[in-house]
Design a protein around this ligand. Structure first.
Ligand code: NAG
Ligand code: NAG
Ligand code: NAG
Ligand code: NAG
Ligand code: NAG
Ligand code: NAG
Ligand code: NAG
Ligand code: NAG
Ligand code: NAG
Length: 454
């Protein structure tokens, strides 16, 4: 350990020097797991994995040291079995953070361990409160080629203290997330479990080339507004082979809030979601918006299992939001025990401030939902567009919902929408099967023959 600490001190000047020298770094391929030529262990920086000792400085120092290998193929920061309590720390480029089996990174309960940072420019303020927000537990700012992985290690945010502060109005700043990347690319997150985030679990914003696979994300079902994965104003994102069970939205695609998101203008696009098991006890399993002012486009989701959720698939927006949601295809979905299977709402009226421009109307269309089955569904669909700004080309194909046997179950209700449907049971609202509509209006809808359906 002494050796590392001495080396750390000696390299400080060198690292700082090179950081100021600027100059573009070379674009690299992602390091395959285990391929980093250098490795350090968190205990070499004085960390103690007893669940009580605060390890914020060891994590910061270890990452700082790992930075000296950035132009030598990068380094792995190895976290062995143990309970590693820490406040916020930042990652660096060409780094693999590896959590061994039995390794648990635990977020500190003191809010002072989560520094205050500027709100995101596309939101203008924090999620819970105006003004700045708490820094997330594990952060990447302007980094490239970073892997967070392990042999099913755990990252636990101990969110309940933050949920209590939110309920009791003791928060001074908006809650932090577990993992957040800003302005970054080539990010891989895999083979880990994320528990009880104070707010969202994984939040890439203004990023590209992000892959999340084989993760488990859970928060307590009474946790307020805890989302799972939130691809936000990011492109080229892949999310697959994972299980998410949270209280609010399990996967939520966003791109900024009202005038802030409109002026930043960064869409969420080119996002592929596959082979997921989703539960959203009081939110939506797969959500779009409601913050979508930078636009959401080119989204493909398939092989999605949804169970025990308030909403299955939800598109949320409101006048003043601007932006668009289009070129979305969702297919091969199985839903069980869901209150509202499909929701489109043009009246999700939360605004960052009163100063929004209601004439900024979102444009929602070119959305295809196909090959879906459901059991114990209370409401098949509530599709309500905006008066004077209808949602168009909403297409449903080969959908079969078995409705719940409760007195409250109802099938479809539609207003200010138009589109097309084929082979949908229960029979959808007339807005989706007008005599003049046909499948050619639908985004990427290959028409089915009755035989192909079985
Ligand atoms: C995740 O685990 C699987 C199976 O052990 C392994 O093949 C894969 O390389 C791991 N991924 C990473 C990024 O370590
Ligand atoms: C981590 O990054 C944030 C902003 O992204 C910065 O405010 C903070 O000082 C950084 N922390 C350390 C220890 O470098
Ligand atoms: C982001 O990183 C690039 C090089 O990777 C550098 O040129 C740029 O100055 C960095 N920007 C900020 C705001 O740190
Ligand atoms: C998923 O990750 C776990 C460790 O967390 C590993 O044991 C398993 O093999 C991985 N599965 C795949 C398909 O990568
Ligand atoms: C909010 O600020 C007050 C006054 O500084 C402080 O006593 C309290 O602990 C803070 N709350 C949180 C959750 O940080
Ligand atoms: C149907 O789903 C609801 C939740 O939407 C659940 O409470 C109920 O237990 C389920 N019924 C059956 C028979 O599984
Ligand atoms: C939108 O919701 C608000 C309350 O949430 C309600 O007062 C208003 O009538 C709704 N507007 C439309 C057009 O449904
Ligand atoms: C399908 O609808 C479009 C208008 O949306 C129309 O131009 C086209 O002729 C229709 N095709 C068929 C086969 O009815
Ligand atoms: C233009 C249009 O059709 N507006 C309708 C939107 O939905 C409301 C509620 O169903 C109707 O009252 C409007 O006529």
């Amino acid at each position: 350990m002494m050796l590392r600490l001495v080396f750390l001190a000696l390299t400080l000047a060198v690292v700082l020097g090179s950081a100021h020298s600027g100059g573009g770094r070379q674009w690299r391929e992602q390091a395959p797991p285990g391929s980093r030529p250098h490795s350090v262990t968190i205990t070499e920086f004085g960390a103690v994995g007893n669940g009580r000792t605060l390890n914020t400085l060891p994590f910061q120092n270890a990452v700082f040291y790992a930075r000296s290998f950035a132009d030598k193929g990068g380094a792995q920061l190895y976290v062995p079995k143990g309970r590693w309590l820490t406040g916020s720390f930042n990652l660096t480029s060409h780094l693999t953070l590896f959590l061994e089996e039995g390794a648990v990174i635990i977020g500190a309960k003191e809010s002072s361990q989560w520094p205050i940072v500027e709100p995101l420019p596309s939101y203008g303020q924090g999620l819970d409160l105006p003004g700045p927000r708490h820094l997330s537990l594990i952060n990447g700012y302007n980094v490239t080629d970073v892997v967070i992985t392990g042999n099913n290690g755990v990252i636990n945010g101990q969110g309940s203290i933050w949920w209590d502060w939110l309920h009791s109005h003791e928060l001074n700043h908006s809650r932090p997330h577990l993992v957040e990347f800003l302005h970054s690319e080539e990010i891989v997150i895999s083979n880990l479990t994320f528990l009880n985030s104070p707010a969202w679990s994984i939040h890439p914003v203004y990023c590209s080339k992000v892959k999340v696979h084989n993760v488990t994300i859970k928060t307590s079902s009474d946790a307020p507004l805890t989302d799972g994965i939130v691809p936000d104003s990011s492109s080229n994102v892949v999310i697959e082979d994972s299980t998410i069970s949270v209280s609010h939205d399990a996967i939520s695609i966003k791109s900024g809030w009202d005038k802030y998101g409109i002026s930043i203008g960064k869409p969420a696009s080119d996002i592929h979601i596959s082979r997921m098991d989703l539960q959203a006890s009081s939110g939506a399993a797969l959500a779009f918006g409601s913050e979508m002012s930078g636009g959401i486009s080119d989204i493909h989701a398939d092989n999605i299992q949804i169970h025990g959720s308030n909403k299955g698939i939800s598109f949320k927006t409101t006048p003043g939001r601007g932006g668009y949601i289009d070129e979305v295809v969702i297919s091969d979905v199985k839903m069980d025990d869901v209150i509202v299977a499909i929701e489109f709402t043009g009246n999700w009226s939360s605004h960052p401030d009163e100063d929004f421009d209601p004439s900024q109307l979102p444009v929602i269309g070119q959305i295809t939902l196909k090959d879906m089955v459901g059991t114990n569904i209370s409401v098949a669909g509530v599709l309500s567009g905006i008066d004077g700004d209808p949602f168009t080309a909403i297409c449903l194909s080969n959908v079969n919902f078995l409705m719940a046997e409760s007195a409250h179950s109802s099938s479809w209700s539609c207003s200010n929408v138009s589109g097309y449907s084929e082979s949908v049971f229960p029979e959808p609202c007339s807005e989706l099967h007008t005599p003049s509509s046909n499948s050619s209006m639908c985004f990427s809808l290959v028409s089915y023959s009755a035989l192909a359906v079985a």
